[in-house]
Ligand binder design. Structure first.
Ligand code: ADP
Ligand code: SF4
Ligand code: MG
Length: 328
C-alpha cells in the first residue's frame, strides 16, 4: 500500500447555506494516502462534519457545495478521477458516526445489518452471512455466532460502534470517514475503539479521515492533522510536530486546554471567548478577537494558509514568532 497518488484529494471546498448564503466551510483542501490517517480537529461548529459529509454527498438539503473539486482513486490500479460524491457511497468510501443507533436499523438483526451492503452488491445470502460473521469477529464482537441474531438495542454502545464499523467494512472501502465515533463512549471503551481503528488502518491499508473536537483523541490515531476554525483549516502538519511546536495560537490554545497532553497536573487554560457566528466573521483574521498574540495588522488581512516548512502550514501572520514557544 505505497500509493504515490492520494486515495482522496479535495481542493478548495466551499460549502454555503444556499447559492448566496452564508459560507460555512471556506476553501478547504486536503488529501489522504492509503494506510494514512488524517485527523481534523476543532471546536464544535468549525465545519468538520460538513467537510466530511460532503465527501459522500450527504450534506443537509439546505446546504450546497458552491466550489471545490474532489478526486478519488478507487482501486490500486486506478488513476485518480474526479467524482460525483454520490458515486462513492458503498463504492470505496464508508462513514461511521458518533451515534451508532441512528445508523443501525432497529428492526434488523445484527447479522442482517452487516450483510446488507454486500447483499445490495449482489453477494449471495449465504456468502454475505459468512462474511458478516467474520467481520464481526474481526472488529472484536465477542460470541459473534450468537450475536448475529441480536437486535441493536440489546448491545452496549461500544458493541454498537463495533457493529457499525463492521457494516462500514463490509463494502470493502478504500477510505473510511470517522465523525467523532468515540465521543459518546466512556474512556475505556473509547480507547478500545481507537485501538481497533488503528489496527484496521494498518492491516487493511485503509485511508482514514478521523474527525474529533478532542485533540488527545486525534493525537492517538492521526499521523497528520488539520486544525479547523470557523470553517477554515488554520494549521496543518504531522500530528507530533504540530503538538510539540504549534504555529497558530488557536492550535496552541487547544493544546493548553487538553489535560491528557500535559501529563502531570497543570493549570489548564481554556481558550477565552467563543468562535464567530457563521456569516458574522470579524474583519482580518477570524481568530483575532480571541487571540492572545493579536496585533493591529491582524485585523486588516485575513491570513491565508501558507506553507511554513516540510508538510507544515499555518494561517497566522505571526507564526514565525511562535516557532518553538515564543511568548506574546
Ligand atoms: N443544516 C444546516 N443549516 C445551516 N447551518 C448548518 C447546518 N448544519 C451545520 N450548519 C452550520 O455549519 C457550521 C459547521 O457545522 P459542522 O460541520 O456540523 O461543525 P462541526 O462538525 O465542526 O461541529 C456550523 O456553524 C453549523 O451551525
Ligand atoms: S494572525 Fe494575528 S490574530 Fe490571527 S492567529 Fe495570528 S497572531 Fe492571532
Ligand atoms: Mg460535527
Amino acid at each position: 500500500m505505497t500509493g504515490t497518488e492520494p486515495v482522496i484529494e479535495i481542493a478548495n471546498l466551499v460549502i454555503a447555506a444556499g447559492r448566496d448564503g452564508v459560507t460555512l466551510v471556506d476553501d478547504v483542501s486536503l488529501h489522504v494516502d492509503a494506510g494514512e490517517c488524517l485527523g481534523i480537529v476543532g471546536e464544535s461548529g468549525s465545519g468538520k462534519s460538513l467537510t466530511l459529509r460532503s465527501v459522500l454527498g450527504l450534506l443537509p438539503p439546505t446546504l450546497i457545495r458552491t466550489r471545490g473539486t474532489m478526486r478519488f482513486r478507487g482501486r490500486e490500479d486506478e488513476e485518480p478521477r474526479p467524482v460525483d460524491p454520490r458515486d462513492l457511497r458503498g463504492h470505496g468510501v464508508s462513514m461511521i458516526f458518533q451515534e451508532p443507533m441512528s445508523s443501525l436499523n432497529p428492526t434488523m438483526r445484527i447479522g442482517d445489518l452487516v450483510a446488507a451492503g454486500p447483499r445490495a452488491q449482489g453477494v449471495s445470502r449465504r456468502a454475505a452471512a459468512d462474511q458478516a460473521l467474520s467481520l464481526l469477529r474481526e472488529v472484536g464482537v465477542p460470541d459473534p455466532e450468537q450475536r448475529v441474531r441480536a437486535w441493536p438495542h440489546q448491545l452496549s454502545g461500544g458493541l454498537r460502534q463495533r457493529v457499525m464499523i463492521a457494516m462500514a467494512l463490509s463494502v470493502e472501502p478504500r477510505l473510511l470517514l470517522c465523525d467523532e465515533p468515540t465521543t459518546a463512549l466512556d474512556a475505556t471503551v473509547q480507547d478500545q475503539i481507537l485501538t481497533l481503528v488503528e489496527r484496521l488502518r494498518a492491516e487493511r491499508g485503509l485511508a482514514l479521515i478521523f474527525v474529533s473536537h478532542d485533540l488527545s483523541v486525534i493525537a492517538r490515531v492521526a499521523g497528520r492533522t488539520a486544525v479547523m476554525y470557523a470553517g477554515r483549516i488554520i494549521e496543518q502538519g504531522p500530528t507530533r510536530a504540530l503538538i510539540e511546536n504549534p504555529r497558530h495560537p488557536y492550535t496552541r490554545g487547544l493544546i493548553e486546554s487538553m489535560p491528557q497532553l500535559h501529563g502531570p497536573p497543570v493549570r489548564l487554560k481554556a481558550i477565552s471567548g467563543s468562535p464567530p457566528t457563521a456569516g458574522r466573521l470579524p474583519s482580518g483574521c477570524r481568530f483575532a478577537p480571541r487571540c492572545p498574540f493579536v496585533v493591529d495588522a491582524c485585523r486588516e488581512v485575513d491570513p491565508p494558509l501558507l506553507s511554513i516548512g516540510p508538510h507544515r502550514a499555518s494561517a497566522c501572520l505571526r507564526q514565525a514568532e511562535l516557532n518553538d514557544g515564543g511568548q506574546s
